[in-house]
Ligand binder design. Structure first.
Ligand code: MN
Length: 257
């Protein structure tokens, strides 16, 4: 098996190193990661400036590159020809912090998996439910099990798995839950400051998000100690709205003769 490993916390992040250590036991691993932290970069495609790519010495990796691009750029650069061979699967993580509910629309970690799916490859994004703990060992073992199952069973085109792992000792893990996306509650606040020329500038700050504890969601799983595996489809169409919108008679907007 040949795996492409990326992340959004940057090539030096401990979560990436832990995942490399675990994945190299079961696969040839190529690493292609950003040169700095791109957390909350979303699904970026860099179009207005050039991208640099440099080989990076990384023990345990069959080949490794660092880039000035976002995580999604890294996956694209790798798959468009910089890697010496096409991988079977793309793994993104392990992220420092959870990616639950609406987070996936902001997440650079998840965007790495989305980019892989667009390239027609199965993918997994992996996050640890802690912004502080550097103990990624258990989450890395979970990732290996998920990779083995995906490799065995396959995923339908257009899909990937978003995996979140609670930050608690393995003996306190409640189990594995197949989940749906929950509803985040963001606690962002507007912070206004002034530069030396008295012009205001802004930060979007505040406490980390909470979320609704709807049973069966990824947010519920974290709160109850379950490893959460959410299948994600890139088709975001709201199918249930199609027949309703058809009744709106949008055709009346077009003046017909
Ligand atoms: Mn991150």
């Amino acid at each position: 098996m040949h795996i492409l490993l990326t992340n959004d916390d940057g090539i030096e992040a401990p979560g990436l190193r832990a995942l490399l250590e675990a994945l190299k036991q079961i696969a040839r691993v190529a690493v292609f990661a950003p040169d700095h932290n791109w957390s909350a970069a979303g699904h970026t495609k860099t179009m207005h400036k050039p991208l640099r790519v440099d080989p990076y010495p990384l023990e345990g990796a069959a080949e490794a590159y660092v880039s000035t691009g976002a995580p999604s750029d890294c996956v694209a650069l790798a798959l468009l020809g910089i890697l010496s061979e096409r991988p079977d699967l793309v793994v993104s993580g392990i992220n420092q912090g959870p990616n639950l509910g609406h987070d996936i629309t902001y997440s650079g970690t998840v965007a790495g998996a989305m980019e892989a799916v667009i390239f027609g490859l199965p993918a997994i994004s992996v996050s640890l439910d802690s912004y502080e703990s550097h103990d990624f060992a258990f989450a890395a073992q979970v990732a290996v099990q998920v990779v083995n199952l995906v490799s065995e069973q396959g995923l339908p085109p257009g899909h990937f798995l978003n995996v979140n792992v609670p930050c608690r000792p393995p003996e306190e893990i409640a189990g594995v839950a197949i989940t749906r996306l929950g509803r985040r509650v963001y606690r962002d606040i507007l912070i206004e400051r002034y530069d030396p020329r008295q012009r205001p500038y802004y930060w979007i700050g505040g406490e980390p998000p909470t979320g609704h504890q709807d049973e069966g969601t990824d947010i519920w799983a974290m709160a109850h100690g379950y490893v959460s595996i959410t299948p994600i489809h890139l088709d975001m169409t709201a199918y249930e709205l199609i027949p309703i919108l058809e009744q709106w008679r949008f055709d009346k907007m077009i003046a017909t003769k």
